[in-house]
Design a protein around this ligand. Structure first.
Ligand SMILES: [Zn+2]
Length: 220
């Protein structure tokens, strides 16, 4: 009853068409429809320990888990979540991400945003995903250990070597996490420069023992 009332109100107030297929949107994942949502295909191998990322990536990252490839409906949905600021979509994507094998870690840490970016975007997309993982897996999440001190350009607008330079020394550790195993969460991995730089900071200055990176999508 509750569900159908909600559904009815949604249809009356926010009738939207799916931006991908023009179909009727579904309230939990609006403006997308349930058919497009179901077309998000999980990767056959979600957990990897090798792969072609930044050349130092595997020096600092122990394992990488990604739910799906960065393509099709998922790519559109991540874009809507981040740039159209649709938080409920982010929460659903976080729940979807929690379907990967649960890593054996002590703490979840989202890739932080610089405070100026946070003010402009109003939320940190990685923090929303991290919160959902924390709820599903019952593992604590820490938002204050790792912070971003350099207001970098958007990595998406840069090439491989520019990305490396752009993100270098961008993060700072506020609290050491001696011998802890950490899950580092981001929405998309491309060259891996951001995750690598976070992990380097966590391990060098935060004394973290192991870092597994977790992303919703893999673009590589
Ligand atoms: Zn659709």
């Amino acid at each position: 009853m509750k569900l159908s009332l909600r559904r009815l109100l949604f249809d009356l107030i926010f009738y939207e068409k799916c931006p991908i297929c023009n179909g009727k949107s579904y309230w939990e994942i609006a403006p997308f429809c349930i058919n497009c949502w179901e077309r998000i295909t999980p990767l056959e191998v979600q957990k990897i320990k090798s792969g072609n990322f930044n050349k130092y990536f595997w020096k600092y990252i122990d394992t990488l888990y990604s739910y799906s490839n960065y393509e099709g409906p998922l790519k559109e949905m991540i874009h809507y979540f981040k740039y159209h600021k649709i938080m409920r979509l982010g929460r659903q994507l976080g729940r979807l991400l929690s379907k990967i094998e649960k890593p054996s870690v002590d703490l979840i840490i989202p890739v932080p945003l610089h405070y100026k970016k946070l003010l402009a975007r109003e939320f940190n997309q990685s923090a929303i995903l991290a919160k959902e993982l924390s709820k599903a897996w019952r593992i604590p999440v820490a938002f204050d250990c790792l912070i971003k001190i350099k207001n970098t350009q958007e990595q998406a607008s840069l090439n491989k070597s520019e990305r490396e330079r752009n993100i270098k020394d961008a993060f700072f550790i506020q609290k050491t996490l001696e011998n802890k195993k950490v899950a580092l969460v981001d929405d998309v991995i491309t060259t891996g420069s951001t995750l690598l730089e976070c992990s380097k900071t966590l391990k060098r200055y935060g004394k973290v023992y192991e870092v597994c990176a977790i992303t919703l999508a893999r673009a590589n």
